[in-house]
Design a binder for this molecule. Sequence first.
Ligand code: FAD
Length: 401
Amino acid sequence: MSEDQEVIVVGAGPTGLLTALGLAQQGISVTVVERAPAVQDTPRAIVYHWSTLDGLARLGLLEKASAAGFLKQDYAYRVRATGETIAYGLAALDGKVARPYNLHLGQGALAAVILDDLRGFDNVRVLWSHEVTGIEQDAVGIDVAVRGPDGISTLRSHWLVGADGAGSTVRRLLGLDFEGMTWPERFVATNVRFPDDRVGWAQSTFYLDDVYGAIIAKIDESGDHGMWRYTYMEDAALPADSVDQRMPAFLAAVFGPEVAESIDVVAASPYRMHQRAANAFRSGRALLAGDAAHATNPTGGLGLTMGLFDSYALIEGLGAVSRGRASDEILTEYARQRRTVFVDKASPRAASNKKLLFHSSDPVKRETDLEVFRRMARDREFAAEALYFTKTLESPSLLTV
Ligand SMILES: Cc1cc2nc3c(=O)[nH]c(=O)nc-3n(C[C@H](O)[C@H](O)[C@H](O)COP(=O)(O)OP(=O)(O)OC[C@H]3O[C@@H](n4cnc5c(N)ncnc54)[C@H](O)[C@@H]3O)c2cc1C
């Protein structure tokens, strides 16, 4: 069999690029196939939980990623109905974990950091403006039909990683289902500059309200005042192309009419939200990772957290299989573990985060839910335990199974 590459990765989002880098670092030849002409930079992920940073450090990316963004510990819940603010933070993890802080960095900027490192490897190529349109596998390899500026060609490899996002073509071509539900609301994610740089606000704030609920997080610290991400929710039945017309009313209600008038909306994107997982994350020589494997509403920042942990597991597992150091059974284990973690832990937690933030009209339930965060604010040990949750989304080493 003549192969151009050992692994084809479909999708140059953070999951695909990271997987390509980790495999390239082991000397494995990789081709990344990406439909778009460049890294996508619409407003999406921005917060990377403390638990994901060890993996970025192992890949040699943490220093550059931290310099491109910033590290922070503070969180707050603000309750619109009562005016209460509950402040807590990752300082509760000080002395307990190696990196007790989160990284804030736009997803496009993270992808750019990874891409920059990839350029140092001559065993990786990225085919921009190339779209995967067909897959055929046999016992020893996989043929991938790719449509690019020069027409359709076929690439062959031993393994394929589908990291082509929630609307994954790879998943569809493999005949896999995307089981779960789609929420009746849409999220609108914006990049904004405030006249007051939100002085006095936590750098990640969950704003609780059943109409004006929002996630407000700082993106960068550059310039006189930095950029923030303000994400709110509206009925998905409203036309997506008139989001801009409805946005001023949200800004005025949350930040006050005077501040709202001076807010500079730099970018905005509407998104449908899902809780869905592919019915299998492996089909023969093809593996799914990131949003192609599972999609969640982003409240609490668990989407790419799962994608990063998928990627770390694949780098180890696929790396070992490609180097002939492990049987491909560990890839079946990859698929089983990652799906179980999503379905049993990440997805239910993200759904309950969304319900608390955006559907808190029952004051009795809201009080019960908020008591957890009040306790986190006053009880360091309890906070440390609660903040450990995102670490449990990581899979143990596949080489020990
Ligand atoms: C508003 C919002 C806020 C979020 N905030 C956070 C957060 O703070 N923290 C967090 O962890 N997560 C967050 N998420 C989730 C996060 O954005 C996703 O989990 C992440 O984008 C998944 O990355 P990925 O690389 O798997 O897929 P994607 O980023 O979707 O990349 C897939 C790539 O595949 C390409 N592609 C698609 N089809 C093909 C094809 N046929 N051929 C070739 N290429 C193809 C696409 O062009 C794209 O570049 C947020 C999401 C939203 C919507």
